[in-house]
Structures are given as structure tokens and as C-alpha cells.
Design a protein. Structure first.
Length: 197
């Protein structure tokens, strides 16, 4: 493990070569809010419009992410660069369903100044490992707008398979938007990773 990772390695939920994932901590507030604010133009076109009075690019969003630690059915992990411990983004599992489904929806975003470095592809791989080994899911689904080329590229590189197309699936920035539906089961994940050895 790199010495640049925090002195208490157990704080990291998953560790990769470029990034590591960990649960949010109050000390992350300033860096989180600063990055969200600086990345507003980059992120806003791909996100649902927040409720009236809720600042999705300020303190409200950090409070929401931090409090999610105690909400059943949610896993929100922050993404940090191994090289300098800089906060670079977030990966999430939502609507975690148990019983015969054992599934969740994945979401991910990265700050505008951290794109194009391979961070998100590795982070999604780490989040999948977390989903299938720690959270013990059987299936993970990610829904992506067809014109969101960077997110589609990450899904493809991570081993997701295209399952279908959902017209007007989700309201994004106030507009009902079409989405491609990509998914992976634990069997897919094992096969994908076995092929990379």
C-alpha cells in the first residue's frame, strides 16, 4: 500500500493504484464543497434538479452525502487520488434491494479538473468490488444518458453490458431524459476480472 494513503489504512474501503475509496468524514466538507462548486458547469447537465431550497453544489449536498452513512440501502464513497490524497469525486450505490434481487443502482461523478486521468474507471472498478464482496450484491445497474460519452466509456471499460434503452427514464436538470441501461452480475464481474489476469 502506498505511504501516501492515510496513516490508518482501514479508513479506506477499497484501494487501487490511482485512487482509493472511503466513507465521507466531516473533515472532507471544505474540499467537497469547493470541488462541487468549481465543477458545477461540468456536473449540472448530468444530475437531477435538487428540491427547492437545496444547494446541490454547497453545504446541503455534503450534509446529504455524509448523513447517508446511516441510511439503509445507500453506500456513498468519496474518491481520493493515491498520489496526494486529493478528493476527486464520488461513487454511490443506491436503492440497495435485498431478498431475491440483491441489487443496486450505481452512480458516479468526478470533479472537472480530474477528468481524463483514469481515476473514474479505476474507482468504478473498486466500487464494483465493494458491491460484490463487501455489500454482497448479485447485480449492479447503471443508467447513462446516450450523449454522456465519458460515463458510457467508463461503463464499457468496467465490464458492464448494455441491457436496454429507457425513454424518458429520469428527470435530469428538469428534463425527462432517455437513458441506456447497463448492468453487471457477480458472475459477469468474476469473468471480467479473470480475463484481466
Amino acid at each position: 500500500m502506498s505511504p501516501s494513503i492515510p496513516s490508518k489504512p482501514h479508513q479506506a474501503a477499497e484501494v487501487g493504484r490511482l485512487v482509493y475509496l472511503r466513507y465521507p468524514h466531516p473533515r472532507d466538507r471544505e474540499a467537497f464543497v469547493e470541488m462541487r462548486q468549481k465543477s458545477k458547469d461540468h456536473l449540472q447537465p448530468w444530475e437531477p434538479r435538487p428540491p427547492k431550497g437545496f444547494d446541490a453544489f454547497g453545504q446541503d449536498q455534503f450534509d446529504f452525502v455524509y448523513k447517508s452513512r446511516s441510511v439503509p440501502g445507500q453506500e456513498r464513497l468519496l474518491i481520493f487520488a493515491v498520489a496526494d490524497n486529493a478528493l476527486v469525486g464520488q461513487a454511490s450505490l443506491g436503492a440497495i434491494t435485498r431478498g431475491p434481487l440483491q441489487s443496486a443502482y450505481m452512480g458516479y461523478w468526478i470533479g472537472a479538473s480530474h477528468t481524463g486521468r483514469g481515476y473514474m474507471t479505476e474507482a468504478v472498478g473498486l466500487m464494483l468490488r465493494h458491491a460484490f464482496t463487501t455489500v454482497r450484491l448479485h447485480r449492479v445497474e447503471v443508467n447513462i444518458q446516450p450523449n454522456n460519452k465519458p460515463s458510457l466509456a467508463v461503463a464499457k471499460k468496467s465490464g458492464f453490458r448494455l441491457e436496454g434503452y429507457s425513454p424518458r427514464y429520469l428527470q435530469i436538470d428538469g428534463v425527462w431524459s432517455d437513458h441506456e441501461r447497463w448492468a453487471m452480475t457477480i458472475e459477469d464481474w468474476r469473468e471480467f476480472n479473470a480475463g484481466r489476469r
